[in-house]
Design a protein around this ligand. Structure first.
Ligand SMILES: *Cc1c(COP(=O)(O)O)cnc(C)c1O
Length: 393
């Protein structure tokens, strides 16, 4: 008798169950918004990266519906073979103008944008300097490129400079960092990374997934936040977080965008986001161009939540953005805390090792412009009640 070749999967899954590390995915019965419906109950939502509440904005919804009426749904094939819709071209032009970049190219996701970009620029003879806490999609993109990867200590430009000095042999070099780190909400010192890159003639790439629509004037991102226009070679972004839709982007010099249209494998070998996606993204950019009201409301909500959480006695770490970690300690406590919040009517995720270090398990509070002052008050009441019940505060 032969053994089942896939039996190991059942064993691994059982081990995840036993250690409490198996991720359960909640099923939503409503749009993604400040409130969501799960198991028939309305819950305050503090899980989503929907920073500006655009995922269910009526203008964005209408734009997507109108695009279906005009262009249908599916793209038919990859853009290089079957052509691209006028909507995708318009979106790329709008994003470039919004971000004050020479040009922009869009992808199916932020993950795909990274997988397209790093291997198109770097190969086996090259060296990539990568922040040790960079996002999984950057790590995978670096591996795909087969370049040598040198990790530097998180946000530590002195360590980066030491690593550059200690790596004398290369063909080309790249420095790559997240813009905003999503677990602690801290911001990369992009101005100092830029100086290091310029001092040594190294390509600089920032993945601004959590800064797009959040940082900078009217949400123009981390390059705008630091006033580094024209000095950061590659700005990767996502359209699935603050923009509320789905998709990824690379903004930068025209030559880089032209090169990615020739050599970015997810661009060449995978179909584009759909027409309604592109139309919804265009409308999201229009909304941001018209007014910074949503961005301001997001930051005001985050300020209120952070201050009140600290007054209650919670440890909110050192976030500089609307991501507020509520650091609790061990993973089972964070999971228990999240379950209690859920019972009380609030949806917020527990995050533990290995996503964050041992002993630093937390509830991650993702703020959004979609919450009213009354929503925040209600959320804080729930946090206080659960915090006291579990003797955290
Ligand atoms: C979320 C995230 C991504 C992935 O973006 P998607 O559009 O969801 O694929 C990539 N990089 C970073 C830093 C992120 O936070």
């Amino acid at each position: 008798m032969t053994t089942d070749a896939l039996a190991w999967i059942d064993e691994e899954l059982a081990a995840l169950d036993a250690s409490g590390l198996r991720t359960t995915i909640r099923t939503l019965e409503s749009p993604m918004d400040g409130w969501v419906t799960i198991e028939g109950r309305r819950l305050l939502n503090f899980c989503a990266n929907n920073y500006l509440g655009l995922a269910n904005d009526p203008r964005v919804r209408r734009a997507a519906a109108a695009a279906i009426d005009r262009y249908g749904v599916g793209p038919g094939a990859v853009r290089t073979i079957a052509g691209t819709t006028a909507l995708h071209v318009e979106l790329e032009q709008k994003l470039a103008a919004f971000k004050h970049a020479e040009a922009c190219i869009t992808f199916q996701s932020g993950f795909a944008a990274n997988l397209a970009t790093v291997p198109a620029l770097m190969g086996p003879e090259d060296v990539i300097f990568s922040d040790e806490l960079n996002h999984a999609s950057i790590i995978d993109a670096c591996r795909l490129s087969r370049a040598m990867v040198v990790r530097y200590a998180h946000n530590d430009v002195e360590d980066l400079r030491r690593k550059i000095a200690g790596t004398p042999t290369y063909r080309r070099r790249l420095i790559v960092s997240d813009g905003v780190f999503s677990m602690d909400g801290d911001i990369a010192p992009l101005d100092e990374l830029c100086s290091a890159a310029e001092d040594h003639g190294i390509i600089l790439m920032v993945d601004d997934a959590h800064g797009e629509g959040v940082l900078g004037r009217g949400g123009r991102g981390i390059v705008d936040h630091f006033g580094l226009h024209g000095r950061v070679h590659i700005e990767v972004g996502t359209l699935s977080k603050a923009f509320g839709v789905v998709g990824g982007l690379v903004a930068g010099r025209q030559s880089i965008v032209d090169w990615l249209r020739q050599r970015g494998r997810p661009f060449l070998f995978s179909s584009a986001m759909t027409a309604p996606d592109a139309a919804a993204c265009i409308e999201a950019v229009n909304i941001l161009e018209e007014s910074d009201e949503l961005v301001n409301r997001l930051w005001e909500n985050a300020r209120v939540m952070r201050q009140a959480m600290q007054q209650l006695g919670f440890n909110t770490g050192h976030s500089q953005t609307p991501i507020i970690p509520v650091i609790l300690g061990e993973a089972p406590l964070a999971q228990h805390f999240s379950r209690r919040l859920f019972e009380e009517g609030l949806f917020a995720m527990a995050i533990g090792y290995p996503t964050v270090p041992m002993g630093k398990a937390r509830i991650r509070v993702m703020n959004t412009a979609a919450h009213s002052p009354a929503d925040l008050e209600q959320a804080l009441t729930i946090f206080e009640r659960v915090g006291r019940a579990l003797a955290v505060i």
